[in-house]
Design a protein around this ligand. Structure first.
Ligand code: DP6
Length: 339
């Protein structure tokens, strides 16, 4: 019997961000977060277990950037969790491919660990619920739990391992918003999200952020359910700035250097953020958000997509040597098995 399966998982974009953990080992977050799955940013992973394999192996297909230090160990540790559940000790061969660049502010660990979880569990014929798959994916990378259900999802923070997973708040077809992801640089960030989470509590503004989150979660959840684009967009943009305020005010010592905080933005990111505010005042209703990286995600209603893409190309061409990559995402299904 062949113990092999292939899964495809979307990355997701958080409207309410996960930034800070109550328990780093179990990846229990300080707060709930809300996201949508991205149709054009996906990871496809095959996992094969075999009693004949002597060690675990990982092949990242088609990637020009080397994986983050310790990435293979994180993958192998996750295989151990799946093996434990199935009660087997077979080693595995993992092959994985992304449709988008890693380390630039599109959550690749989210799609990566969601695909690994679903493929690994299916390969070992584990029959577990969607909630359990989400909780298991979370142990690999927190944001991965939100890539398991379809569409718009909320990760319920909770305090215990068993209860911390994501649930669907609306299916992908619920709302025809479009997320245009602009990759302004493929240079991987210096400070990983995992390090950023650990630094968050050092920001003097972190308690204020946490205090504001229950209201923001309620506002964004209701705006999605009511399809209230203005309220959704305003709160989402404010939330992105809140996360970056924390990152920029969390001091960090790295090797021999001291930094007053992490700037995940690049000048091009800021140019796009200012452009979004400008386009809005000229009547184009668009909002931005950024994760821990320089890529800018601009959200519009589908009726405004052509105008938005034209406006992005216009400012891209202001500097002749500038070459951005655009991913035009719609809300998508979650992680699923493929043939
Ligand atoms: C800024 O899920 O990558 O994208 O649990 O340490 O793997 P780990 O962190 P990760 O953090 C994602 C942070 C974020 C915000 C978000 O996706 O909610």
């Amino acid at each position: 019997m062949k113990l092999k399966a292939i899964a495809e998982a979307p990355s997701n974009l958080a409207f309410v961000k996960y930034w800070g953990k109550k328990d780093a080992e179990l990846r229990i977050p300080t707060n709930n977060s809300i996201s949508v799955n991205l149709s054009e940013a996906r990871t496809i992973t095959s996992v094969e277990f075999d009693p004949e394999f002597e060690e675990d192996s990982l092949a990242v297909v088609g990637s020009k950037t080397p994986p983050e230090i310790g990435f293979s160990d994180r993958i192998f540790k996750h295989l151990n969790r799946i093996r434990m559940l199935a009660g087997v000790s077979y080693k595995a061969k993992v092959q994985t491919r992304n449709t988008f660049p890693a380390g630039v502010g599109i959550a690749s660990s989210a799609s990566g660990f969601a695909a690994l979880t679903v493929a690994g569990c299916a390969a070992l014929k584990l029959e577990i619920s969607e909630k359990e798959l989400s909780g298991l994916a979370r142990l690999g990378s927190g944001s991965a739990c939100r890539s398991i259900p379809d569409g718009f999802t909320e990760w319920i923070a909770e305090d215990r391992d068993k209860n911390s997973y994501a649930i669907q708040i609306a299916p992908p077809t619920h709302w025809d918003i479009v997320i245009v992801t602009i990759v302004v640089s493929k240079q991987a960030k210096k400070i990983s999200s995992t390090s950023g989470h650990a630094l968050a509590a050092a920001s003097p503004y972190f308690p204020a952020r946490l205090a504001s989150l229950p209201e923001r979660l309620e506002a964004i959840r209701s705006a999605i359910l009511d399809k209230d684009f203005q309220s959704f967009g305003r709160q989402t943009e404010l939330e992105a700035i809140s996360l970056h305020t924390i990152a920029m005010t969390s001091p960090i010592q790295m090797e021999n250097s001291w930094y007053s905080g992490s700037y995940y933005w690049l000048p091009d990111s800021l140019e796009l953020m200012l452009a979004v505010q400008n386009w809005r005042s000229n009547g184009l209703e668009v909002y931005f958000t950024l994760d821990a990286g320089p890529s800018v995600h601009i959200i519009c209603l589908s009726k405004d997509l052509i105008q938005l893409v034209g406006s992005i190309h216009e400012i891209e061409s202001v500097k002749p040597d500038r070459k951005w990559d655009l991913f035009i995402n719609t809300p998508s299904m979650g992680t699923h098995l493929v043939e």
